[in-house]
Design a protein around this ligand. Structure first.
Ligand code: HEC
Length: 128
């Protein structure tokens, strides 16, 4: 009887564990986005306020007009793009930067994975 209960619990837990990743994949995850940022963006961008590296600081980027981070020397293409960075423009840009801003000096090929884009944008939105 005891054995049975234990087995039942293990089975139930493994079902829950199997269901969790599916559930997580549906909503943008700040924690996953932070990992994407560290792996794909941090080599060129800081998430600290006012810290420009190869690329401008991404602190406060969501809601910011493109090309306006103080003290950073943008390409003319970025500066004159007329874009404001919100979820939609960031999603298009991160998929294919050179298509959205032809002539950008961001040498990043783009992220085809929509979940990764949504996650990293969710993380960027926390930087305020
Ligand atoms: C190889 C370096 C490099 C990598 C990697 C990189 N970027 Fe950039 N990024 C740049 C540079 C350089 C610019 C400035 C572009 C310009 O002036 O044309 C830029 C500009 C941007 C801008 C526009 C900022 C503004 O103030 O207008 C955003 C948003 C951005 N990057 C997001 C990201 C994200 C998110 C990632 C990771 C998924 C990433 N970048 C990866 C170098 C990089």
């Amino acid at each position: 009887m005891r054995m049975r209960l234990a087995l039942g619990t293990v089975l139930a837990l493994s079902f829950i564990a199997a269901a969790l990743p599916l559930h997580n994949a549906q909503a943008a995850s700040v924690a996953a986005g932070k990992r994407v940022f560290r792996q794909r963006c941090a080599i060129c961008h800081s998430d600290e306020k006012g810290e420009n590296k190869i690329g401008p600081s991404l602190f406060g980027v969501v809601g910011r007009k493109a090309g306006t981070e103080a003290g950073y020397s943008y390409s003319a293409a970025n500066e004159k793009s007329g874009l404001t960075w919100d979820e939609a423009t960031l999603d298009r840009y991160l998929q294919n930067p050179r298509k959205v801003i032809p002539g950008t000096k961001m040498s990043f090929p783009g992220m085809p994975n929509a979940t990764q884009r949504a996650d990293v944008i969710a993380f960027l939105a926390t930087l305020h």
